[in-house]
Ligand binder design. Structure first.
Ligand code: NAD
Length: 509
């Protein structure tokens, strides 16, 4: 596939990225789909096709699940010592680092991620494998002394075959966040990547084969959610589903998997508030606000998309945010200077523009952006957009836009701030800016979200639990919490002597 050079300060170029057909990876081999159906993945900067992708169906899912089941029931992977599995996962991490440019190029092309941000995401993907390799070797059960009569203890066992279903916004980082703990625990898996961003999943499959992961441990089935994804969820051979994506998809998955009684981890949508009090450090708050909404092209589950500012600071801070937004460099993902790339697809672009229309209709004041950059005729670009005076009733205040669109709303006091922060069905993340330490804790604890950052943008330590409240998710992953999901906890009760056993069926003396 050849691409026009697009100019700018390029170290890696779109036309240097090599992309072949995107096949399924089943039992250690790349294969076309059973029914030969395919679809195209598009370059969001131009909407031109990049590659043909196998459109998986139930037969492909069956083959992948059968391979994963064989690898789990008969293969070495679950039987290896944790330290042996950890060694393989460390080789995966090292190979991702060595081949980072390939992954970076593919995802910049497929998703439109700005290259400087993609470098960080690729490094994080490698870190996911190193990190969970370390945790699995340190994982331990608990022991309970029951007087001198019993010793009870717990162990971790892998669950079986996992279905991992991932979204398109940061595919490499988000898939490795699931794959690494899933495999570390001794499970085998089938990854169903999002149909809009298949490239790095195929590349990762090739890397898994290179580092010597046994066949069947890691499988990839490409295709559409409603077909390939649904078949994976409904499959009786799949024991657990880890899903990241939209809230409505999460509900559909839960219903579809009910008959086969699956274990779920759901990381869903967000509409996260950024609550700024007038005693904050305004320069740092400004940096945090702009970073948190406009990175990852605004397509970030933890985006701080609702700015709530205390009245005395409101006009000044919102004005400063808009000024920064107007200067954000929108353009070619491969250009080192680019800060904001295109949205993933034309249909998503139209959806985001629809929210801008509703915001106008519902009386919001446009301070920055609101349209594609002047002169850009192709691709799904949108300037960094800021709306002021957005009321809590407006759709753009309550619903996830998943684009570079920030709303700003004033508040008077702490109570109103918390009320506004909680005025959405979502509860993934929140950001609080204040120098009053007591208020910081009080407000942070009063907001119903799984994650709260105080005086910070989203900076994550992999040991901490990650996940959402309300419509933003079910369960927590991260650190040892990942192993609560990817492992069974078995409890063994061992009698140490001759404790009394009530005797039934014995004729009374
Ligand atoms: P999506 O729900 O449309 O798709 C996600 C995945 O689910 C894709 O692989 C898709 O093919 C699959 N899918 C769709 N329908 C399915 C079905 N019926 N059965 C099985 N699988 C199905 O989400 P998206 O548009 O790809 O991603 C954006 C969403 O993801 C946003 O809402 C965002 O907030 C959320 N997200 C959440 C987190 C988090 O950690 N909470 C992280 C990133 C993205």
């Amino acid at each position: 596939m050849s691409h026009e050079p697009r100019g700018g300060a390029l170290t890696l170029t779109a036309d240097a990225v090599k992309v072949g057909p995107q096949l399924h990876f089943i039992d250690g081999d790349f294969r076309a789909g059973r029914d030969q159906q395919t679809f195209e993945t598009l370059d969001p900067s131009t909407n031109r096709p990049i590659a043909m992708v196998a459109a998986g169906g139930p037969a492909d899912v069956d083959a992948a699940v059968a391979a994963a089941r064989r690898a789990f029931d008969e293969g070495p992977w679950p039987r290896m010592k944790p330290a042996e599995r950890a060694a393989v996962l460390r080789r995966v991490a090292a190979a991702i680092r060595e081949q980072a440019d390939d992954f970076i190029g593919l995802e910049c092309l497929d998703v439109g991620m700005p290259i400087r941000q993609m470098r960080g995401l690729a490094a994080r993907a490698a870190e996911n494998f190193d990190y969970f390799a370390e945790v699995i070797t340190a994982l331990h059960g608990d022991a309970y002394q029951v007087g001198g009569e019993f010793l009870n203890y717990t162990i971790h066992k892998p669950v079986g075959v996992a279905g991992l279903i991932t979204p398109w916004n940061a595919p490499l980082m988000l898939s490795t966040w699931k794959i690494a703990p899933c495999l570390a625990a001794g499970n085998t898996c089938v990854l169903k990547p999002a149909e809009w961003s298949p490239l790095t999943a195929t590349r990762l499959a090739a890397l898994m084969a290179e580092v010597g992961l046994p066949p069947g441990v890691f499988n990839v089935v490409h295709g559409f959610g409603e077909r390939a994804g649904a078949a994976l969820v409904a499959h009786p051979g799949v024991n657990l589903i880890s899903f990241t994506g939209e809230t409505t998809t999460g509900s559909a998955i839960m219903a579809n998997g009910a008959a086969t009684l699956k274990r779920y981890s759901f990381e869903l949508g967000g509409k996260s508030p950024v609550v700024v009090f007038d005693d904050c450090d305004p320069e740092r708050a400004l940096d945090g606000i702009v970073y948190q909404i406009f990175t990852l092209n605004g397509q970030r589950c933890t985006a701080g998309s609702r700015l709530l500012v205390q009245e005395p600071l409101y006009e000044e801070l919102v004005g400063a945010v808009a000024e920064r937004a107007r200067d954000i460099r929108v353009g070619d993902p491969f250009d080192e200077a680019t800060e904001l790339g295109p949205l993933i697809r034309p249909e998503h672009h139209s959806r985001v523009l629809g929210y801008l229309d509703w915001a106008h209709q519902q009386g919001a004041r446009l301070l920055a952006g609101g349209s594609p950059p002047p002169g850009r005729v192709e691709g799904n670009f949108l300037e960094a957009t800021v709306f002021a005076d957005v009321t809590p009733e407006a759709r753009v205040f309550r619903e996830e836009v998943f684009g570079p669109v920030l709303t700003a709303t004033p508040f008077r006091d702490e109570d109103e701030a918390v009320r506004l922060a909680n005025a959405t069905d979502y509860g993934l993340a929140a950001y609080v800016w204040t120098q009053d330490v007591q208020r910081a804790h009080r407000v942070g604890q009063a907001i119903d979200s799984g994650l709260v950052w105080i005086n910070s943008q989203n900076v994550r330590d992999l040991r901490t639990p990650f996940g959402g409240m309300k419509a933003s998710g079910i369960g927590r992953e991260g650190g040892h919490y990942s192993f609560e999901f990817y492992c069974e906890r078995q409890t063994l009760h061992v009698a140490l002597g001759e404790h009394s056993i009530p005797r039934l069926g014995v004729a009374s003396a």
